[in-house]
Design a protein around this ligand. Structure first.
Ligand SMILES: *Cc1c(COP(=O)(O)O)cnc(C)c1O
Ligand code: SF4
Length: 387
């Protein structure tokens, strides 16, 4: 619910939204009736992980329901203090950093944490250890050092700008950064990871879209977790991006009590596809400090995505993954049941078995050099030697 007395122009202005963010229990009271637990948690966690919410996102919270899936993502709870297994850096990102702000797990692509600020802070944020921390504020000089590293590392063909949120940058700064990356010949694609279409859709202005468009190919992944986030404002923001030629994907996190049932996940993913946003990944929640109350057993995740297969468009089914220090690992129901002689046996979405003839290559058979493409074998036995 939007509080009274705020003009339309202010409400739809990203700068106004950023300046009027909720930072304490008092601010929260303008939007919801906070519980004792929430009020205590705001104070108890103040120096652990920043509490900030945009008025826009706060207006989506149910004022009376503490279990509201929007509210639970951003309002702290005392349960955050109760997580003995949680780690600060479960992906060991610090160890995978060749230069400050760059995380390299794969040979050809990196996550480049260009900013430590977000419009709001999600209570289950993987980068809790660095977002919202003033000590992490990134200076242009540091960005420059990371750019130098990318320039000097020709294997890097895909740069994912993340953070924090790279769209918290001004248009000018983003234009500069994208231009620097575009000037590196081996950087083929630039990707943005941003939650602003969800948390501050007013930031996706026509001017911003023009900046992105000027540096194509630019891809963007955003982060919707619940169908209630699919508001007309968010839809318009995604529409502006796709019209600017930016393919928009979504990465959600599987969160207990928020989206961990097939019905909610299906509504979310079908809603995204209606906005031309492709569900890309759904992450298993990490073993991250203060988030035990959000985690679900992997078996539940498998059941949810199994329930979607065959019952909605393939476009509406993201890949369920566990991120690890060794890269992302798909968590999938095993549709391939195994081999029986010359057949493979697969299971359909509704549990029926299908047997597909698929003999193994016979290792004894004489190799067809053309088909195998073996560079050591001459393609034409009559052809003269090259020497
Ligand atoms: C997720 C991630 C990427 C991108 O992975 P894709 O599977 O290509 O989307 C790149 N680097 C790091 C460190 C990542 O965590
Ligand atoms: S928007 Fe992303 S980086 Fe920022 S707090 Fe939320 S999950 Fe973390």
């Amino acid at each position: 619910m939007r509080p009274e007395g705020i003009g339309e122009a202010d409400w739809n202005d990203a700068g106004w939204q950023m300046r009027h963010r909720i930072r304490d229990a008092e601010g929260l009271r303008a939007f919801i009736h906070p519980t004792d637990d929430e009020i205590r948690a705001v104070a108890a966690l103040a120096d652990r992980f920043r509490f900030v919410i945009t008025p826009y996102y706060a207006s989506l919270m149910d004022p009376d329901d503490p279990e509201c899936p929007i509210r639970r993502q951003v309002v702290p709870r005392m349960a955050e203090l109760d997580d003995p297994a949680g780690l600060a850096d479960p992906l060991d990102e610090v160890a995978h950093s060749p230069v400050k702000n760059v995380v390299r797990v794969y040979r050809d692509r990196i996550a480049f944490c260009v900013n430590n600020e977000c419009a709001l802070y999600c209570r289950y944020c993987l980068r809790k250890r660095m977002v919202g921390e003033p000590s992490w504020a990134m200076k242009k000089r540091e960005l420059g050092l990371a750019l130098d590293w990318i320039r000097a590392t020709p294997e890097i063909r895909d740069v994912l700008l993340t953070g924090g949120d790279p769209l918290v940058f001004s248009d000018e700064r983003l234009d500069w950064l994208l231009g620097e990356l575009r000037g590196i010949p081996h950087v083929e694609i630039i990707r943005l990871g941003t939650r602003l279409p969800v948390t501050l859709p007013a930031r996706i202005t026509p001017e911003l879209c023009r900046v992105l468009e000027a540096h194509h190919p630019v891809w963007l992944n955003t982060h919707f977790n619940h169908p209630r986030e699919l508001t007309p404002e968010a839809a318009a923001a995604c529409d502006r991006l796709t019209r600017a030629g930016v393919p928009v994907g979504n990465q959600s996190v599987l969160l207990r009590g928020i989206n961990d049932d097939a019905e909610t996940m299906k509504a979310l993913c079908e809603g995204l596809v209606r906005l031309r946003v492709r569900p890309y990944y759904c992450y298993q929640a990490q073993l991250l400090e203060g988030t035990a109350h959000f985690r679900v057993p992997v078996e539940r995740g498998l059941e949810i995505f199994r329930a979607l297969r065959g019952r909605t468009s393939g476009y509406a089914i993201p890949l369920y993954v566990l991120d690890t220090p060794y890269g992302k690992v798909p968590l999938t129901h095993a549709y391939l049941r195994g081999r029986e002689g010359d057949d493979i046996v697969v299971e359909s979405y509704d549990g029926r078995l299908w047997r597909e003839p698929n003999p193994l290559d016979d290792p004894e058979a004489p190799a067809d050099p053309e088909a195998s493409g073996d560079p050591a074998a001459p393609a034409d036995p009559e052809a003269p030697d090259e020497t």
